[in-house]
Design a protein around this ligand. Structure first.
Ligand code: SF4
Length: 425
């Protein structure tokens, strides 16, 4: 993976703006000198690469050792947007050696990667692990915007402090912003399929306001969607509507006014099938209310699921066609795209969503994240005796070294050492 990353990294850095921003003109700083990039590459590889995973991948994604066969999904782990964000953060640390570095929240949704970023001395400005406040920043400080992007109001506060911004927002996220801005310019309310509290959706929602007159509504589930569709068709109790979507609509949102013309967009990491269903149901509700011609005017949509999310979902779908005893999904529990992979697995076979190898407690117990209870729970007798096939996948924010450790732990529970595994890979 990282060999491929080497060229991708240079490409992405070259096309990245290191934004000179703030109230005073800032010098442009080049993050992409060959020396910096070579050093970044070495450091990133030393933190996140896995020889075993690379070998298994080259061998078609199948590893047989003892009586466990592991099958890796064809696509898993770090996506191009995450690779780029991490590279830029490491590059910023090298280039701005003597400056204070901050980041607007988590760089990606993986605790281990965030700990690494923190160990570089990059302080978090947001969330439960906040280490500093924007009000403390000054013109000598450098602020990294993560791959999800950030809300316009936060971006403005940073600019107002005169800070240098290293913007790692993924291009696929920016495509969604472009779309919702267009909706706002056409006086269409953006209905965003996503998680209202997710950083990416918050950033997108802020763009859906357009020049200030636009509106948005965030729907997460098909039940939410049906509620909105019912209101579109028949109207209803406005207060109850606003209460249900509290914290998920724009200021001043009025369902009687702002569901007349709508455009659907989505968080880039949602399940494609579900997003398509959201679009289909909302469109049908508008057709029922306005007729097919009216719907042409009052409904629009644009599929903004990103390519990397799609590839990981497609690869897992293919893997799930193979007969397997269980599936391990590795990644951060607040990662949207990883959660969707776990949901897909659950529909087919016993699936365990684990943050890292330490969750494989023994061959009898596994500590895994239950998506429905939203907490880690212990499952017993999770590893069947005798010859088994275990599927493994990981979300776009999970580095290969964590996948390797999970794999090694799995075999260790059957008495197979890392050395034996390396020889078999
Ligand atoms: S998951 Fe998609 S949108 Fe998010 S960083 Fe990766 S490529 Fe970009």
């Amino acid at each position: 993976m990282f060999r491929r990353l080497a060229s991708a990294t240079f490409g992405s850095i070259m096309s990245t703006n290191l934004i000179s921003s703030g109230t005073t003109a800032r010098e442009k700083v080049n993050l992409r000198t060959p020396e910096v990039m070579t050093a970044v590459q070495e450091q990133v590889e030393s933190h996140y690469r896995s020889d075993i995973v690379d070998k298994v991948r080259r061998a078609g994604g199948i590893l047989r050792c003892g009586d466990i066969t592991v099958r890796l999904a064809k696509q898993f782990g770090f996506c191009y947007g995450v690779e780029r964000a991490i590279d830029l953060a490491y590059a910023a640390r090298k280039v701005f050696k003597d400056r204070r570095l901050f980041i607007v929240g988590e760089i990606i949704h993986n605790p281990e990667v965030n700990e690494q970023i923190s160990s570089l001395g990059i302080k978090n400005l947001m969330g439960k692990n906040k280490q500093a406040d924007i009000s403390e920043l000054g013109p000598d400080d450098v602020v990294i915007v993560p791959a999800f992007g950030t809300e316009l109001s936060i971006q403005q506060q940073i600019k107002d402090r005169g800070c240098q911004i290293v913007d790692t927002t993924c291009g696929d996220v920016m495509s969604v912003w472009k779309r919702v801005r267009k909706y706002a310019s056409e006086s269409a309310t953006s209905i965003i399929h996503g998680k209202a509290e997710h950083e990416e959706t918050k950033a997108t929602s802020s763009r859906a306001l357009g020049t200030g007159t636009g509106h948005y509504l965030v729907v997460l589930t098909l039940t939410d969607t049906d509620y909105v569709c019912d209101y579109i068709r028949h109207g209803g109790d406005k207060q109850a509507f606003l209460e249900r979507f509290r914290d998920a609509h724009s200021p001043g949102f009025d369902p009687d006014l702002h569901l007349r013309t709508v455009g659907v967009a989505n968080q880039t990491t949602m399940l494609r099938g579900e997003t398509e269903e959201v679009q289909r149901r909302i469109r049908q509700a508008i057709v029922d209310r306005d007729g097919p011609e009216g719907a042409t005017k009052n409904f629009r949509f644009f599929d903004t699921i990103c390519g990397a999310t799609q590839e990981r979902q497609d690869a897992l779908r293919e893997l799930l066609d193979v007969r397997m005893n269980l599936l391990l999904v590795v990644g951060g529990y607040n990662s949207s795209n990883t959660s969707h992979l776990a949901e897909m697995g659950e529909e087919k076979l016993p699936t365990y969503f684990v943050r890292n190898a330490s969750r494989l407690l023994s061959d009898e117990e596994i500590l895994h994240y239950n998506l429905h209870e939203r907490q880690e729970v212990i499952a017993k007798d999770w590893l069947p005796k005798g010859p088994i096939v275990v599927g493994i996948t990981a979300g776009a924010s999970c580095p290969n070294n964590l996948i390797e450790e999970t794999l090694v732990r799995l075999y260790e529970l059957r008495g197979i050492s890392r050395e034996e595994l390396e020889a078999a890979a």
